[in-house]
Design a protein around this ligand. Sequence first.
Ligand code: PMP
Ligand code: GLU
Length: 404
Amino acid sequence: MELVQVAQLLSDRVNALAESETIAMAKKARELAAQGHKVIKLNFGEPDFPTPQHIKDAAKQAIDDNFSYYTPVAGINELRQAIADKLKRDNNLDWKAENIVVSTGAKQSIANALLCLLNPGDEVIVFTPYWVSYSEMIKLAEGTAVLVEGKAENGYKVTPQQVREAITPRTKAILYSSPCNPTGAVFTRAELEAIAEIVAENENIFVIADEIYEYINFLQEPYFSIGSIAAIKDRVATINGFSKGFAMTGWRIGYMAAPKWLANACDKLQGQVTSATCSITQKAALAGLTSPLTPTYEMAKVYLQRRDLVLGLLNDIPGIKTEIPDGAFYLFPDVSAYFGKSDGESVIKNSDDLSMYLLNKAYIALVPGSAFGADKCIRISYAAANEDLIEAIRRMKEALAKLQ
Ligand code: PMP
Ligand code: GLU
């Protein structure tokens, strides 16, 4: 009775919204851990490394300098300039400080962009498997997510032909992450150029490129940003942040680089909703961007070693099919061979059941592929210590062997 009343009080907007599965899984894992179980958490997509020392030092200095006041909504000018310089240096993007809007995270920047671009019924082509929050953010902005499936046989990457076929007169934007969360797939320059050609032909389509895993890139070729393609550069919002490359998830800082009209709109929106992100965090991020990226590249090297370690261990488990990801810190194996099997108590029907089975019986927290629009798979974050990774895959193998 009480629940019905509460639901009636809430807006249709929020009632229609699903809870973030990555965050829901983190909660469940914490609950089991609080009951005393040794849960190995490979569910949450966050670096296990601490924030590099020079970044922490800059924050301490900012506190001592009383840098504790509101800053301009889009961020302090030095930081916006440093981001513009970084985008030139690393991504060949020609933006000025005025094109940069610093936010509380890439998450907020994506939401800002969608809320500023979409009218009710506008379609957004989302490459799947996709990061959990995209579809819900689009819903919040009253748009429609048009899911286009990157097939396993194409390394989970959507092809230009698929993009062409998904376009309708209502298509307003294309949204994807590269490196991709959850698959780790990275688009090559040639692939992005082919997609950009289609965007160039459709002048009302905007691209939102989520580049948050940029620095965790194992491709042999340099990282390529679609926004650097001259024919469409005025129709690309590049999203990035400090959570992954600088191990700063809790500091809450990200940014968008976009044409002035969109940057101004996001500044206005953010000015009514959150204002600027934390002043201390901005100083810390500035130190990160203006210092050598040695810690960032060191972390990326370790992720690559861990990727290979876990790939090797997974290959030893029958029925698991894993693509080799070129970036981010996730593996996204196809586990559908276990669907229809049972441990004698319950039948595993889908990725949700398998994830709950592994959590409750083997105390390994993962995220079901269903959260990312790919129910055959599960997502394993390997941003964890080697011994935890080894023990988790051992437990996984043992638990899966009990399914008949
Ligand atoms: N995009 C992707 C693809 C992500 O995995 C994440 C993970 N948090 C985000 C955006 C949001 O990052 P942030 O911490 O900067 O909000
Ligand atoms: N992006 C991370 C993940 O996919 C963090 C959780 C979140 O922000 O949703 O797990």
